[in-house]
Design a protein around this ligand. Structure first.
Ligand SMILES: *Cc1c(COP(=O)(O)O)cnc(C)c1O
Ligand code: SF4
Length: 340
C-alpha cells in the first residue's frame, strides 16, 4: 500500500496548475501538434505581439488533427488577418475605461458589480473584447480586495458580486475561499456569480474544494461558463459539471456568435442540447464586440437574426439563449430586435 502523504485536494490543485503551465504558447507548436502546415508564421507571431497566444492542452486535445478550420482552433490560433486594422474595430469597444471606477472594479450594471479578481486568463480567445484592456492597471492582489469590497459594502443597492477577469478561477482555491468569505461578510450581498472559461479549457479546475466552497457559501452561487461550440464539451466535463450542479450552483452558458465557428443552425442547436445534457442552461448568445483584430469573426446582425429565428423554431424555449449585444454606456445588454 502506498503511503498517502498529500491530501486529495492538494493533488487536484497541483493537477490543474501543471496542466495550465504546459499550455501551448507558440503558433508553431500548436500547428505541429495538430499536423498542420506551418503557414504564415511571421504574421501569426506579429499577432501574438498584440495579444499573446495561450491554449491549454486539454482544449487542444479536442481539436481535429489536420483540420485547419477546426472550430476550436479558429478561436485560439493567431491569424494574419488580426494585423489588418479595420475602421470601426477599436481597442475598447465597450468603453470599460469609463466604468472602471477604481482598480479592480467595474460598476456599469445596476445592483451588481464586476470584480476583476485576476488579470490573466487560462486561454486567450482571439475574439475577446478585453484583448486590449488595461489589465496592468487592474492587477489587484489579495491586499486590495478589502479596499475594492469597501466600495461594495458602502452601496446597499449591490446585491450581486460578479467575479470576472481575466479568469477568476485562476485564483487558487485557498485565495478564492478567502475572497468569498470577504464577500459573505457584506450583509446586503446575496448572490455570487463567477464568469469563467477555465472549466471548459481545463476541466480539472473543477476541484472538490471549489465545489465544497460554493456549496457551503451562504450566497446563492452561479457559474457562467463560456462555451461556443458543442465540441468544447467532452466526457471529462460531464462528472465535474454535474457534481457542481448537484451541490447547488446554477450553471449558465454565454456564447459569442462567431463566423466559421458557430454561425450555423445545426451547431447552435447541438450546442444548446449538449449544454443541457451537461447540466448547463443557455443564457446569452452575444453578437461580437467590434474589437480591433477580431473583424474576421463578425456575423452581421441580419444573419444573426435569420439564424436566431430558426433556432426559436427548432428548440424548446428554455434551450434558446437570449440574443444580445453589449453597448457602451448601457446599463444592460441590448436585446436584438427580431422584427426587421
Ligand atoms: C454581461 C456580462 C455581465 C453581467 O450581465 P448580466 O446581464 O447581469 O448577466 C457580467 N460579466 C460579463 C463578462 C458580461 O459579459
Ligand atoms: S477567457 Fe474570456 S476574458 Fe479571457 S480571453 Fe477568452 S473571452 Fe476573453
Amino acid at each position: 500500500m502506498p503511503i498517502i502523504t498529500r491530501s486529495a485536494a492538494a493533488v487536484e490543485a497541483e493537477d490543474w496548475q501543471q496542466i495550465l503551465a504546459q499550455s501551448f504558447r507558440r503558433p508553431q507548436a500548436l500547428l505541429e501538434y495538430l499536423n498542420l502546415p506551418l503557414s504564415e508564421l511571421p504574421q501569426r507571431l506579429q499577432a501574438c505581439d498584440e495579444f499573446s497566444m495561450l491554449v491549454p492542452r486539454p482544449y487542444a486535445a479536442q481539436m481535429l488533427p489536420g483540420d485547419a478550420d477546426d472550430p476550436l482552433l479558429l478561436q485560439v490560433l493567431p491569424q494574419a488577418t488580426e494585423n489588418e486594422h479595420r475602421p470601426g474595430y477599436i481597442t475598447d469597444p465597450l468603453a470599460e475605461k469609463d466604468t472602471n471606477i477604481q482598480p479592480g472594479i467595474i460598476h456599469k450594471y445596476r445592483g451588481r458589480i464586476l470584480l476583476l479578481a485576476t488579470a490573466g486568463c487560462a486561454v486567450n480567445c482571439r475574439y475577446c473584447f478585453r484583448r486590449h484592456f488595461a489589465y496592468a492597471d487592474n492587477r489587484i492582489g489579495r491586499k486590495q480586495w478589502a479596499e475594492a469590497l469597501a466600495y461594495v459594502a458602502a452601496d446597499a443597492g449591490i446585491s450581486e458580486v460578479i467575479l470576472s477577469g481575466g479568469d477568476p478561477l485562476l485564483l487558487q482555491d485557498e485565495a478564492l475561499q478567502e475572497l468569498i468569505h470577504l464577500i459573505e461578510d457584506i450583509p446586503h450581498v446575496r448572490r455570487l456569480r463567477i464568469h469563467t472559461r477555465l472549466p471548459v479549457v481545463i476541466p480539472q479546475r473543477l476541484t472538490t474544494a471549489l465545489q465544497e466552497m460554493l456549496h457551503n457559501s451562504r450566497l446563492q452561487t452561479s457559474i457562467v461558463v463560456h462555451i461556443n461550440h458543442p465540441n468544447e464539451l467532452s466526457e471529462a466535463h460531464r462528472q465535474p459539471l454535474q457534481a457542481l450542479r448537484q451541490s447547488g450552483t446554477t450553471l449558465l452558458n454565454q456564447a459569442v456568435l462567431l463566423r466559421k465557428v458557430n454561425n450555423n443552425l445545426g451547431i447552435l442547436s447541438d450546442l444548446s442540447e449538449r449544454l443541457f445534457e451537461f447540466g448547463v442552461l443557455p443564457y446569452y448568445l452575444h453578437l461580437l464586440d467590434s474589437v480591433r483584430g477580431a473583424h474576421h469573426f463578425d456575423v452581421s446582425e441580419q444573419e444573426a437574426v435569420f439564424l436566431y429565428r430558426q433556432l426559436l423554431a427548432e428548440l424548446p424555449g428554455y434551450l434558446v439563449p437570449r440574443l444580445v449585444r453589449e453597448e457602451a454606456g448601457k446599463a444592460n445588454k441590448s436585446p436584438i430586435n427580431l422584427d426587421r
